[in-house]
Design a protein around this ligand. Structure first.
Ligand SMILES: [Zn+2]
Ligand SMILES: [Zn+2]
Length: 440
């Protein structure tokens, strides 16, 4: 079976998260978006864990659904932990997603973390002082099946490879456990092609999830898997997320444009300094306004860690409704990816009013009612059919997004970037011809 999964998100118990992030509302939006499997998020939080225990029932080994609900959305037990500690005389701040095979295992891990002095009540994404090696020892001491996935690995302030917070290799961070770190999450500011340049990631799976803080933002990025059989299980999902299994595998990922992320370019928000990787190579990473170190963006950080310094140009192939897929030119076994823009943002730009406006919301609901879920509309539905329901301008906008015919203002130093469908700004680079194919 084919499974669209978003396994990194947060519940209402995490800071700056919408009160609507509760299991039933998340499941409802999962269906609208076309997501089959969501992370529960935040299983470390005592109150949320109580909700998980009372509201969920198992439906397939290690996979859960909301009790008595008709919803098709399933849940995997996930949480994110922020580890802040010192290693090699440097302060480290690493975010990691943990996925557990059962509520029983979660309970044991939570008990162990509390026993060691972890404050789990403070936030849905708790801050703990253990090193990543200690974290591995704790979770794998309880159950070896737990999946440990470094989160949004390029974010400057909170990640494995972060320019201000992380390490230069998986080994440096995870020590003797490095070989068992088999899957990493790219984060919104980076797309797979950047990650394909990193030697350290060659033997690891590269996945994408959305890190949503509200139901509408679910699935900004997702990973599409093929699982054996017609029921999801933790074991099948775990095999798919690692490399090497033929029957359970990643088919492709759906990506946000990395320019829209908060940290693509290097810069200082308050000093109004923004630099592309080329400019950073020439000018360095010191701010010419305030004299302090700039926040090094994801693109420059990738260049620092990449063995091969030239840009990698992905092979582009188009499916029959015009969606471009991007493939690794050196490693044919690597899952490809497609890029899109959330449907509400497309509608907003097409009709010229804000995303939160009534007009956009009504059009969005009408399209979902009449055409199917959001990913279906963005990636599969024929443009004529979309025009029939939503009009010519929205149809044209979706067609442009499918082709990647847009322009961008990259994000930097915590400022979200903007992708515009109709502006005359910097066009998204397009270096290769596109071949015809019909893979997804
Ligand atoms: Zn995080
Ligand atoms: Zn500055």
């Amino acid at each position: 079976m084919k499974v669209v999964a978003d396994l990194h998100l947060h519940s209402k118990y995490s800071r700056a998260v919408s009160k609507e992030m509760v299991l039933s509302t998340m499941a409802e939006w999962g269906e609208k978006k076309g997501i089959d499997l969501l992370g529960t998020a935040d299983w470390t939080h005592p109150l949320w864990f109580k909700e998980l225990e009372t509201q969920l029932e198992e439906d397939g080994e290690g996979v859960y659904k909301v009790k008595g609900s008709e919803s098709k959305t399933r849940y995997l037990l996930t949480c994110e932990i922020a580890n802040i500690y010192t290693k090699g005389d440097k302060g480290r701040r690493i975010h990691t997603v943990f996925m557990a095979p059962s509520l029983g295992v979660v309970r044991k891990i939570n008990d162990e973390l509390k026993k060691r002095g972890g404050n789990l009540m403070s936030d849905g994404r708790p801050i703990l002082g253990f090193s990543m090696e200690d974290m591995c020892e704790i979770v794998w001491g309880i159950d070896e099946r737990v999946i440990v996935m470094p989160a949004h690995i390029w974010t400057p302030w909170f990640s494995l490879f972060g320019s201000k917070s992380g390490f230069n290799s998986v080994e440096e961070c995870f020590g003797k456990y490095a070989d068992r770190i088999e899957v990493v999450e790219t984060g919104l500011s980076s797309d797979p092609v950047m990650n394909w340049r990193i030697k350290d990631l060659e033997k690891r799976s590269i996945v994408s999830f959305g890190d949503a803080h509200s139901p509408r933002k679910l699935g900004r990025e997702v990973t599409v898997m093929e699982l054996k059989g017609n029921k999801m299980t933790f074991e099948g999902i775990s095999k798919a997320l690692r490399k090497g299994d033929k029957e359970n595998k990643i088919l492709y990922t759906i990506e946000f444009h990395p320019e829209e992320g908060k940290y693509q370019y290097t810069g200082h928000r308050n000093c109004k300094v923004i630099q592309s990787p080329e400019e950073t190579r020439k000018k360095g990473t010191v701010c010419h306004v305030c004299g302090k170190g700039l926040t090094v963006g994801v693109m420059h950080r990738v260049e620092e860690l990449a063995e091969v310094k030239e840009d990698l140009v992905p092979i582009k192939k188009t499916n029959k409704v015009g969606v471009v897929g991007y493939y690794d030119p050196k490693d044919k076994a690597r899952p490809p990816y497609v890029m899109t823009v959330p449907l509400q943002e497309i509608v907003s730009e097409a009709v010229g009013v804000g995303v939160g406006s009534k007009k956009v919301q009504e059009m969005y609901e009408q399209m979902i009612d009449q055409l199917g879920n959001e990913f279906e509309i963005l990636l599969k539905t024929k443009i004529d059919k979309i025009i029939g329901v939503a009009g010519k301008r929205i149809g044209e906008a979706i067609e442009k997004v499918r082709k990647g015919d847009m322009s961008v203002d990259p994000g930097f130093d915590g400022e979200f970037g903007k992708v515009k469908i109709w502006s005359e700004g910097k066009k998204i680079e397009d270096k290769t011809p596109t071949e015809q194919q019909t893979l997804f």
